[in-house]
Design a protein around this ligand. Structure first.
Ligand code: FES
Ligand SMILES: [Fe+2]
Length: 446
């Protein structure tokens, strides 16, 4: 439960709000590279941290990001003429370069110096691993992009992008809520359904509850959730939160996984989700949890056609709240799903959107399984207040190296300190042999 004041601090991301200012200290991924093809000049409307912007591709392949409304009389640059070295407003022909400098004002007399006094808000962009990033804060020296392996590895890509119709934190909390996997996504399975030597899903079905231990780290928060795995071993699902809106999720093998997810606030009530990943290391199966069960990872992810003129028109789910998230309760009767929702991602989408655009956290009742969520909110609120009240720099915004993290499942002997014992496997940009990967999560899993 949060006070209304703290919930507002957590959820509000517009200019001038504590969390909005906090997030503007970090690089922010806002679009997939494929949204701005190299051979196309057409701009797209982008809403980001509550600001209306227009993104476009420049001649050299760089990306420009400029305020939507022309500084003259507010016509949208979505209608603008992308001239390859800047954007020209179609209303009276004023032109602005990548930095937002007015470089041409043909509607004013040639001797006028008015153009030197007019500037458009424009943000620097960088591109890496299939994602376009921007920095919206005020700074003389830009920090480097975070060392997120799932985006920085040479074989990194964005494998999923989808808008979520709710606040970023509500969506993000689903990723750090490990317990729901055994209910929302697999509650229809019974002990034996996933039985297969070395299949970790079977362990979760036998023990839907888990022991949760949460640690504070310099990058954010990390949890280990354990269940007995037999043979004096415990199965640990290890996952985390990285400032300001990234999640590390727990399926797969810790030693092999290279993935990170971003929950980027479009505004207070909408979020853009990006799943970044590089292929798993070794030749072991990335989803040992689902070795012999159809987990429906690929179902229910259909998108509506993009509307680049619409600030909320990109990567929209075709199964939104307008159609009841496509629920089909015959799937429950057939024991295909616990929910009647066709896919795993859609199940996450439906429950978080069903709470409304901004969850009223003054009304919730948290249990022991919510420890990670409680700690993560606390960290975020505390850090945003520390910036607002004391000018303390947001954690990690100038330290790209702290983002070198991996998450996933691992078998550890009973009684060991999971945080210490898993440390070598949580380090990103480290290669492990297939043999090591297999021995950390069941040697019989192939
Ligand atoms: S409104 Fe853009 S040039 Fe006049
Ligand atoms: Fe989920």
């Amino acid at each position: 439960m949060l006070s209304q004041e703290d919930n507002d601090i957590l959820c509000q991301v517009g200019p001038g709000t504590p969390m909005g200012e906090f997030m503007r200290h970090y690089w922010i991924p806002f679009a997939a590279s494929t949204e701005l093809p190299l051979d196309k000049t057409a701009p797209i409307r982008v809403r980001l941290l509550g600001e209306n912007l227009v993104a476009y591709r420049l001649n050299g392949g760089e990306v420009g990001l400029i305020q939507d409304a022309c500084p003259h009389r507010g016509a949208s640059f979505f209608l603008g003429r992308n001239e390859g070295d800047g954007m020209r407003c179609i209303y009276h022909g004023w032109k602005f370069d990548r930095e937002g400098t007015c470089v041409d004002m043909p509607s004013e007399p040639p001797e006028s110096n008015f153009k030197n006094k007019v500037h458009a808000r424009a943000y620097p962009c960088q591109e890496r691993g299939g994602l376009i990033w921007t920095f919206m804060g005020e700074t003389d020296i830009l920090p480097p992009l975070p060392d997120i392996e799932a985006n920085a590895a040479p074989d990194a890509e964005v494998t999923q992008q989808m808008m979520r119709k709710c606040n970023y934190m509500q969506a993000l909390e689903g990723d750090i809520d490990t317990l729901h996997f055994a209910f929302l996504h697999t509650g229809h399975l019974e002990p034996g359904d996933a039985a297969l030597d070395g299949n970790m899903l079977d362990i979760q079905i036998h023990n839907r509850r888990a022991e949760l231990d949460v640690r504070e780290t310099e990058f954010g928060t990390l949890y280990g959730a354990s269940r007995p795995a037999g043979y004096d071993m415990d199965y640990w699902r290890i996952a985390g939160f990285m400032f300001p809106f990234y999640t590390l999720i727990p399926p797969g093998k810790l030693a092999a996984n290279r993935w990170t997810r971003a929950w980027v606030p479009i505004d207070d009530e909408n979020t853009m989700f990006f799943h970044m990943m590089a292929p798993p290391l070794g030749d072991a199966d990335v989803h040992p949890e689902s070795a012999n069960v159809d987990m429906r990872f690929d179902k229910g992810q259909e998108l509506l056609p993009d509307e680049p003129w619409n600030f909320h028109g990109r990567a929209r789910s075709a199964n939104g709240p307008e159609i009841g998230w496509g629920i089909d309760r015959s799937l429950i009767d057939q024991r295909i799903s616990y929910t009647g929702l066709p896919g795993v991602h859609l199940e996450d989408q439906a429950v978080t959107e069903s709470m409304g655009p901004i969850m009223d956290r003054t009304q919730e009742r948290l249990g022991t399984s919510d420890k990670m969520i409680i700690q993560t909110r606390r960290r975020l609120i505390k850090s945003a207040k520390a910036l607002r009240d004391k000018g303390i720099s947001p954690p990690g915004c100038n330290r790209p190296e702290i983002y070198r993290q991996r998450s996933g499942g691992i078998l550890l002997p009973e009684g060991v300190d999971w945080f210490e014992a898993s440390a070598p496997f949580r380090k990103a940009f480290v290669d492990h042999s297939t043999e090591t990967i297999k021995t950390t999560l069941g040697s019989t899993v192939s």
